[in-house]
Design a protein around this ligand. Structure first.
Ligand SMILES: Nc1ncnc2c1ncn2[C@@H]1O[C@H](COP(=O)(O)OP(=O)(O)OP(=O)(O)O)[C@@H](O)[C@H]1O
Ligand SMILES: Cc1ncc(COP(=O)(O)O)c(N)n1
Length: 275
């Protein structure tokens, strides 16, 4: 069985972070493992508090996994502090996993900062050069390159500037621009538009986490980078289309659309109460 490891924050609401990552890995048929960098008290409306995990425990979690289990791909999400960035980058340099998918998580949908301001330069200097692919949304890309992105032409120039920071490839997500959510993949040679159709829903909590984890899972299974991005885009689009109206804010995407449908059908056939 292929494996993937997420190094990210925990979301008690279950829609983003570690919880979304493990669901996305499982939905792609990949064995998921997790290193928790921070615990957030969070629901669909807000992040109430954050506890960063001790650096030694983060390091121990990474070592415990790599010293024993083959890791086919790594996905990185919320890193919270500059010190956490450094510990994670140092251990990845030591273990040299084949694929590192970096989702440079900065701010939650509700506006809570998940990466301290002082950690941005550490992220740029230490993590970007280690990444096989970095997947910023528009506001994250603007912070990384310190310029505004408003058009598709701006997106192309932004990809060039982000690539110059050291990652092997870039996927700049266009979901935050108006119109259809078209993402731009750049591998240092050519650009590929990964086109999408906007689904009108407020239930988009954890879309970026889910997309980057699906990319990691598909890389683990042997897809090329472009194939992994295309497969992950197809998966997140269905997950948003059938997203879950749970909670009072931004509900979660539906990581297991087909599985839940099948399970509920069985429940109905057995005359149990429908979920
Ligand atoms: N309303 C939507 N309909 C269809 N696709 C969408 C929609 N919103 C975002 N997407 C797509 O979902 C993926 C995740 O992009 P998004 O820009 O939402 O990431 P993000 O802001 O990092 O997510 P998050 O921070 O919530 O985890 C991208 O492929 C994007 O194009
Ligand atoms: C632990 C954690 N990681 C990532 C996100 C980003 O997701 P979103 O932008 O949907 O709030 C989050 N809210 N919490």
């Amino acid at each position: 069985m292929k494996t993937a490891l997420t190094i990210a924050g925990s979301d008690s609401g279950g829609g983003a972070g570690i919880q979304a990552d493990l669901k996305a890995f499982a939905a792609q048929g990949v064995y998921g493992m997790s290193v928790i960098t921070a615990v957030t008290a969070q629901n669909t409306m807000e992040v109430r508090s954050v506890q960063n995990i001790d650096l030694s425990i983060i390091n121990d979690q990474i070592e415990a996994v790599f010293d024993d289990i083959r890791v086919d791909a790594v996905k990185i999400g919320m890193l919270s502090s500059a010190k956490t960035v450094k510990v994670v980058a140092d251990s990845l340099e030591k273990y040299q996993p084949k694929f590192i998918v970096l989702d440079p998580v900065m701010v939650s949908k509700g506006g809570h900062h998940l990466l301290q301001g002082e950690a941005i330069s550490a992220l740029k200097e230490k993590m970007l050069p280690l990444s096989t692919i970095v997947t910023p949304n528009i506001p994250e890309a603007e912070v990384l390159i310190n310029r505004s992105i408003q058009t598709e032409e701006n997106m192309m120039n932004a990809c060039l500037a982000i690539k110059a920071l050291g990652p092997k490839t870039v996927l700049l997500k266009g979901g935050h621009l108006s119109g259809n959510p078209n993402d731009l993949f750049y591998d240092g040679v050519s650009f590929h538009w990964i086109k999408g159709e906007r689904i009108h829903t407020k239930n988009t909590h954890g879309t970026g986490c889910t997309l980057s984890s699906a990319i990691a899972a598909n890389l683990a299974k042997g897809a090329t980078l472009l194939e992994a991005v295309q497969l992950a885009k197809k998966y997140i689009t269905t997950a948003i289309k059938y997203s879950l109206n749970l909670g009072h804010g931004h509900g979660s995407t539906n990581h297991f659309y087909e599985l839940y449908e099948r399970a509920n059908l069985v429940l109905c056939q057995n005359n149990f109460e429908r979920m």
